[in-house]
Design a protein around this ligand. Structure first.
Ligand code: PMP
Ligand code: GLN
Length: 380
């Protein structure tokens, strides 16, 4: 077996969800919302299945979906995309990440990863043959230090992998940070792989800024979205990749031999969903923001220190004031003795780990959040 994959532990999400099942604890670990997803989008998928949209769709994705994605990103992020040349559909953002790394990286190349990082990044970068270079982001503000990023970029750097909004930190980076990234890569051939799967899950009026719309990044960015996150149906593996044509050429070659295509019925439903009126997206955000606030207030009354969250389904607790220095041991004890599952933040670091933060998913029914808060209060 190849050790990059064979020696990997089971993902922290799977491990913690299993612990929740075994212990009967409330699962605020793995990030998925309660609820079945928007009824009209689900109905479109069902209709498409019944109507017979069940054979291979085109390799690059249904024309309808590529057009809908270009129109959606023009409406929400001011992007000017050619649906025929600059948009591709993949089977989830995960496939897009794998494809981008496999298409770009040759053994010996370096890839810059910002920690904390989503769990798939490092194994995929390693399997592509990359040597990782890490830049650390730290609580409470998770600021990206331009000088640190610049220092991590060298002659062998092929790509920088960004995640904005940032899972697990809940940080949302605006234009200024992206302009700092543009300065850091200026004069190089470095590609920016921009994981923007949480683009619609931003709070307090923050508008998502795509790296693909920023001067200095436009010509070198692979933007990755996920319908699973846009429509709160995380099992729907429909990824949306946008990139300038020269990059897209290479990405499509990777896609054609990874999955080749994505279920057409889901694609048809996502094409419909992306066209929903603005109000639906605003309401989705407002609903999640209310949950964030409910959970943060409950945590504060229970005596926990919640870190600010501007986006994603996640809220982090600072464990340092509780005297905790081992987040893994804390989360294990919280599951077994407190009846609540969270994810230790150190799971998102490869080195120089932050070990005093735990991540909670608040995209749950209010009754579930209240029950978890009650347990957390008793646990302290
Ligand atoms: N990137 C990030 C930052 C994520 O949080 C997730 C899923 N939670 C993914 C990628 C994977 O998305 P998908 O399910 O579309 O593969
Ligand atoms: N993205 C989800 C999270 O951060 C988990 C996805 C998975 O289980 N692989 O919780």
């Amino acid at each position: 077996f190849n050790p990059v994959f064979a020696d990997l532990p089971v993902t922290v999400f799977e491990t913690m969800s299993r612990l929740a099942r075994e212990t009967g604890a409330i699962n605020l670990g793995q990030g998925f919302p309660d609820g079945p997803g928007p009824a009209d989008v689900r109905a479109k998928a069902a209709e498409a299945v019944v109507d017979g949209w069940n054979q291979y769709p085109p390799m690059m994705g249904l024309t309808e979906l590529r057009a809908a994605a270009a129109a959606h990103y023009a409406r929400w992020q001011g992007l000017d995309l050619d649906p025929d040349a600059e948009v591709m559909v993949t089977s989830g953002a995960t496939e897009a990440l794998a494809g981008a790394l496999f298409a770009l990286v040759e053994p010996g190349d370096e890839v810059v990863l910002l920690q904390p990082m989503y769990d798939a990044y490092l194994p995929l970068a390693l399997r592509a043959g990359a040597t990782p270079r890490f830049v650390k982001l730290s609580p409470p503000d998770w600021r990206l230090d331009e000088a640190a990023l610049k220092a991590a970029i060298g002659p062998r750097t092929k790509a920088v992998l960004l995640n904005n909004p940032l899972n697990p930190a809940g940080a949302v980076y605006g234009r200024e940070t992206l302009e700092a990234v543009a300065r850091a890569v200026e004069g190089t051939d470095v590609v920016v792989i921009s994981d923007e799967v949480w683009e619609h899950v931003t709070f307090d009026g923050a508008a998502h800024v795509s790296a693909l719309g920023v001067e200095g990044l436009k010509d070198r960015t692979v933007k990755i979205g996920s319908a699973g996150k846009i429509f709160a149906m995380t099992g729907w593996k429909v990824g949306l990749v946008c990139a300038p044509p020269p990059l897209m050429g290479a990405l499509s070659k990777a896609h054609q031999y990874l999955t080749f295509t994505t279920p057409p019925n889901l694609q048809a439903a996502v094409a419909y969903g992306l066209g929903k009126e603005d109000a639906w997206f605003h309401a989705m955000r407002a609903g999640l923001q209310a949950k964030r606030d409910r959970f943060a207030e409950g945590l504060a009354s229970a005596g926990f220190k919640a870190l600010p969250t501007q986006g994603t389904y996640f809220l982090n607790i600072d464990l340092a004031p509780l005297g905790v220095t081992d987040d893994v041991a804390f989360c294990a004890r919280l599951a077994r003795e407190g009846g609540v599952v969270a994810i230790p933040l150190s799971a998102f670091y490869a080195e120089d780990k932050v070990t005093t933060v735990a991540r909670f998913c608040f995209a749950k029914d209010d009754a579930v959040l209240d029950a978890a808060l009650e347990r957390l209060g008793r646990f302290l």
